[in-house]
Design a protein around this ligand. Structure first.
Ligand SMILES: *Cc1c(COP(=O)(O)O)cnc(C)c1O
Length: 371
């Protein structure tokens, strides 16, 4: 949606803040390399606007989830190293080669499949090898690594450039699993040639220098989510979501509000109906629990969030703020995605990646404005 006057909501994405967050992490982990995880369209915030700005700031290694994302990213950052976390899924190997994508190989089957593909071409294409150290999601198991080590000809057809693993409990610095996974990675990596290693995503970076290894893979922290839940957020806020008020109405008891009549009006109140609902990623679980900000005041969601609309109680808000056509801030500096996530009983990652397609999107920051 491009026409601001007709838009139901305005989503402002501060590309400058994303770049500042990357630079902060990059300085924190140096001499380790800071990559950028830009999967799911930069967690919903617009890869085409963000990735080139990160590249311009000096970021050289990027991670996406799937081949389609890798192809789209290649158009944005021709000179970058692009890792594809899912690796080849059978039949798409030629796409990796055509677009210069680096597959992350997650199982012995993926490695042998890639080996037969690589033997048909010339040169040894770069790959990353993913070892499982306790997440039990993707990655080679110890028995698979032993089988691989016994057959060096399999890896001979390719050029491994990175060995990586992923932490299960990095956002809990007290979890004994963190150190155990790091030790396991170091032990299991000895089955492979000596390579740069990587285990930390956003939260892992804050577990200490021992977790930085050769390269870190932050995503969430770049987009302003707190990598250390329960502690002050060291990252800059990136997004602001403002919903447009469609109607303001006066109500009185004994009226109720919305589907299911879950909110009972107590006395004379003023309601603002905002044109953002669960179809826009404003979660239904925010019903009778979420908040917005208007004119510097915090206003509660009353009644159920519906598909296209949410009702706020704006009784105490001066009329110059709460009027049809006015804006209520649903996500913003004092009320960030992590905070909304808490009210919606989910995580900030889901709030970002669910941001709707109906919002009028605006990218700001020097680099964002240029693209
Ligand atoms: C998504 C992902 C990341 C980034 O994680 P954040 O918590 O967003 O920093 C890093 N590595 C892997 C393997 C991932 O899947």
């Amino acid at each position: 949606m491009t026409d601001l006057s007709r838009a139901t909501a305005l989503l402002t994405i501060d590309v400058g803040a994303v770049v500042a967050n990357w630079k902060r992490l990059s300085a924190l982990v140096a001499p380790a390399e800071a990559a950028a995880v830009v999967k799911a369209d930069c967690y919903g915030l617009g890869m085409a606007h963000i990735a080139p700005a990160l590249f311009a700031a000096g970021c050289r290694s990027f991670f996406v989830a799937c081949v389609e994302e890798g192809i789209a990213l290649r158009r944005c950052v021709p000179g970058a190293m692009i890792h594809v976390l899912n690796g080849p899924l059978g039949g798409d190997e030629a796409e990796f080669a055509a677009h210069g994508l680096i597959p992350v190989l997650n199982s012995l089957a993926q490695i042998t499949g890639w080996s037969s593909f690589a033997k048909k071409g010339s040169g040894a294409p770069a790959v990353a090898v993913h070892i499982d150290t306790g997440m039990n999601r993707l990655g080679l198991s110890e028995p698979e690594l032993e089988r691989l080590a016994a057959k060096p000809e399999i890896l001979a057809a390719m050029r491994p450039i990175l060995v990586m693993s992923h932490l299960a409990c990095a956002d809990d610095s007290d979890s004994p699993l963190n150190a155990r996974q790091l030790t396991t990675l170091r032990r299991l990596a000895s089955h492979l040639p000596a390579l740069p290693q990587s285990i930390a995503a956003s939260s892992g970076i804050f577990l200490g220098r021992g977790f930085h290894l050769g390269l870190v893979r932050p995503g969430a922290a770049l987009y302003g989510l707190n990598p250390m839940p329960g502690r002050p957020n060291p990252m800059s806020q990136v997004i602001k979501l403002q919903g447009k008020i469609v109607q303001v109405r006066d109500v009185d008891s004994p009226m109720t509000v919305g589907y299911g009549a879950t909110h009972r009006v107590e006395g004379k109140r003023k309601l603002a109906i905002v044109a953002v609902g669960y179809a826009d990623g404003w979660f239904r679980s925010l019903s009778n629990r979420g908040h917005g900000m208007i004119g510097g005041m915090k206003v509660p969601v009353v009644g159920r969030v519906s598909m296209d609309l949410t009702t706020f109680d704006v009784t105490d808000v001066p009329v110059e703020h709460a009027h049809p056509g006015g804006l209520i801030e649903l996500i913003g500096p004092g009320h960030g995605p992590d905070h909304v996530a808490e009210e919606a009983d989910t995580i900030g990652y889901e709030i970002l990646t669910a941001l709707g397609r109906r919002h009028h999107r605006r990218w700001t920051g020097a680099e964002g404005a240029a693209s």
